[in-house]
Design a protein around this ligand. Structure first.
Ligand code: PLP
Length: 493
């Protein structure tokens, strides 16, 4: 509808400002920039293999970020040019086929389109009557099915595994002692949580944030394969009960961050049932493997958990940030977070006529349309292909392990149920550090590091749909080459 012009002589060109283009010509010019951005970004992804996996920024680039406040604007072409010149060339590197550091997803062009579309539509995922909320419902429904959770379970997309674990442990705490929501933890008994020594640091942080304190975490020893000793966990629970503590949760690992070890989730499920404590699975890295027929049995017991947190932005190829938490008992989940405020109360009709508010299931009120990139990824590629890629990564890890084992100058940490291989040159820690630095700094590849048994290891975590076996062979050759060079240099001295 056009605004009516009341007074003759008054121009329709109002004084109010907007961030949109103001004329058909301006929209067309912006569209040209947009199409160039799409073309450039696809070229950039298509040619990713031709660039180094990582490269350091020069001092001039670093200095270029030290600029004055941009009080006045500039044409978007100029802003985009600056992005192309000093941001785009210096990524973390995880888009590259030879990036195997930490646990990262390379993303896909399809999911990048989803990010653009999500931002264009820009819905607010508190849980109103709109299609985006249906998309999140649908994505959660698919993942309940894939991970063996009942339809009645609740769930939430979150920023990452760290938030997912926090949400789940908050539910466990509120279920054990509903009063803490009102009174805080001060009046409550001493609550304890059990997890292996290999457990990700975010679990400890969750307990700190929840007011239970890091001391509430009982770190249970692991076996030679770095899986939690379930017998030790049972003993710790019994000992704590005798001493007046109240065990509220056990945390199982579906893929530890250091080596990808998967705890015996079925035994942990049985222990939790026996002890009547919440069973949470940190599946940030590895829960995704349950969708892969060849790996599924490794995660047996996951479907008996009270809650699971897992990342889409790790092994499911979705760009940052995106993760999920599922909770079997939807009422317990809601009770831990529900809030009453008239300004977001569900109404009988209209935009807010939806009883299920996502904001009742976590710490975020305003939430973005994370679900779209998962939805477009799953619909476009299909679950079977995502599963095959996970299996492919595991096979690549086995290939790398076999190759390392065949090299007399390399040794390997003999654990890992999934996609992680830890290796080192048969030399001291300093040489292995130097090998890591040279491989990263040359842009040849990006493994990361881990300390196991007081020794420094190169850690290769393959959650990358772009990686090929050749890349891994080339990486081993490069480790051997640098190792031999360091050795020769040392002998000369
Ligand atoms: C990465 C990781 C986390 C943390 O997840 P974020 O998505 O980084 O917040 C937790 N646990 C394990 C096992 C992980 O690999």
């Amino acid at each position: 509808m056009r605004p009516k012009v009341k007074h003759v002589g008054m121009t329709t060109d109002h004084h109010e400002e907007t961030l949109d283009p103001r004329s058909a010509d301006e929209w067309a010019a912006l569209g040209a920039v947009g199409r160039r951005i799409i073309d450039d970004s696809l070229d950039w992804l298509r040619s990713v293999r031709e660039r180094p996996a990582w490269r350091p920024m020069g001092a001039d680039v670093v200095r270029s970020f030290d600029e004055d406040l941009p009080r006045a604007g500039q044409p978007v072409e100029k802003t985009y040019r600056e992005f192309v010149e000093r941001i785009l060339p210096f990524p973390t590197g995880n888009v590259h086929p030879r990036f195997w550091g930490w646990v990262m997803s390379p993303g896909t062009p399809v999911a990048a389109f989803a990010e653009y579309l999500a931002a264009t539509m820009n819905p607010m995922l508190l849980g109103y009557v709109d299609a985006p909320a249906r998309v999140e419902d649908q994505v959660l429904g698919w993942w309940k099915e894939l991970l063996g959770f009942p339809k009645s379970a609740s769930g939430l997309l979150v920023s990452g595994g760290s938030s997912g674990n926090l949400v789940a442990l908050a539910v466990a705490r509120a279920r054990a002692f509903p009063n803490v929501l009102r009174e805080g933890v001060r009046g409550a008994p001493s609550m304890t949580v059990y997890a292996s020594t290999e457990t990700h640091a975010c679990v400890r942080r969750a307990l700190e944030v929840l007011g239970l304190g890091a001391a509430a975490l009982r770190s249970i020893p692991v076996d030679a394969a770095r899986r939690v000793r379930v017998d030790s966990m049972a003993e710790a629970i019994a000992r704590d009960r005798r001493e007046g503590h109240v065990p509220i949760a056990i945390v199982g690992n579906a893929g530890t961050v250091a080596t990808g070890a998967v705890d015996d989730l079925a035994a942990l499920a049985a222990l939790s049932e026996r002890e009547r404590v919440w069973f949470h699975v940190d599946g940030a890295l590895g829960a995704a493997a349950r969708i892969a027929p060849k790996l599924r049995s490794k995660l047996a017991g996951l479907e008996r958990a009270d809650s699971v947190a897992f990342d889409f932005h790790k092994w499911l190829q979705v760009p940052y940030e995106c993760a999920c938490v599922l909770v079997r008992d939807a009422d317990a989940h809601r009770r831990a977070f529900v809030h009453d405020a008239s300004y977001v109360a569900p109404m009988e009709r209209g935009v807010a006529a939806r009883a299920h508010r996502y904001s009742d299931y976590g710490v975020q009120l305003s939430r973005g349309f994370r679900a779209l990139k998962v939805w477009m990824t799953m619909k476009t590629f299909g679950v079977d292909k995502l599963a095959r890629l996970i299996e492919q990564n595991v096979e690549q890890a086995r290939h790398l392990a076999a190759r390392v084992d065949s090299e007399p100058m390399l040794e390997r940490e003999p654990s890992g149920d999934l996609n992680i291989v830890c290796l080192r040159w048969r030399g001291d820690d300093a040489s292995n550090r130097e090998i890591l630095y040279r491989i990263q700094e040359s842009g040849f590849a990006v493994p990361s590091q881990v300390v196991l048994g007081d020794r420094f290891w190169l850690r290769v975590c393959i959650s990358n749909h772009r990686t090929r076996r050749d890349d891994l062979d080339a990486f081993v050759d490069e480790v051997l080459r640098i190792g031999a060079k360091l050795e020769a240099h040392r002998r000369l001295r």
